[in-house]
Design a protein around this ligand. Sequence first.
Ligand code: B12
Length: 227
Amino acid sequence: MEKFSGAAGESKASAEALTPDKLVFESVLRGWDDRIEESIKKALEAGIPAQKIVDDSLIPAITLVGEKYDRKEYFLPQLIMSADTMRKGFTVLEPLLASGEGVRKEGKIVIATVKGDIHDIGKNIVALMLRNYGFDVVDLGKDVPAETILDRAVEVKADIVALSALMTTTMTEMKTVINLSRERELKFKFMIGGAVVDQNYADEIGADGFSKDAMDAVKLARALALK
Ligand code: B12
């Protein structure tokens, strides 16, 4: 697939002049999947900590991609390329982030994007951050049926089940998971997130908490783990 140059029409050649952190941002924004690894390495070499690259370059870039998609400045091919670029970037950073504070274990969390939903960028960021802040995270991936989520949570003796949904058509699946858990008399705490859900929805379906982003998810998980 041909790479897109982005709304500003900036070319790869002119990107040479960018600072390493800006180059990471631009690579995700413009779907330069052949350039992301190199740009992240440059940023690391320039002394920018891995977590800062995530917080200040990767997440803002993919958030802007989402906004551009909403404004119809970007379309599906751009989305896919930016998402792939972001995933590649994470592959480079993940070992560095995991080695951060992962010594003390705060509790065990099973995380998944619910059935019917293949959006996993946000879920992956949340999983990464939770791991980084000391939680033992079992990531079941995306499009995961309710039964599988609960079976695995029982198997690994999870404290918390974290659910992600990005679509109005799939957020109801969170309720299915929680209802099934109650039917089976399981005692997990549930935290939910994803662009379409909010605290009201969490209250409505009986979840124990909602978070708007990955950092907030860490705070929520800590609070739930202490309960
Ligand atoms: C990237 C993207 C895609 C990528 C996904 C790639 C991937 N691997 O994830 C691709 C191109 C594959 C895709 C496909 C589709 N998409 Co899409 N996609 C998006 C987009 C632009 C950005 C989502 C994203 O990654 N955001 C960045 C991350 C970092 O943010 P986030 O996911 O919200 O996560 C943060 C928080 O929400 C929170 N969080 C997330 N999960 C969790 C979980 C827990 C437990 C907690 C505590 C917190 C938490 O923390 C995260 C980090 O801060 C959104 C638009 C948008 N503005 O959200 C549409 C959007 C979600 N997609 C949409 C649609 C309709 C689709 C498709 C059906 C399109 C199609 N016609 O085929 C398919 C879905 C197929 C399916 N069955 O799932 C719609 C959903 C509409 C709706 N309200 O229901 C949206 C809103 C676009 C739109 N405006 O129409 N999509």
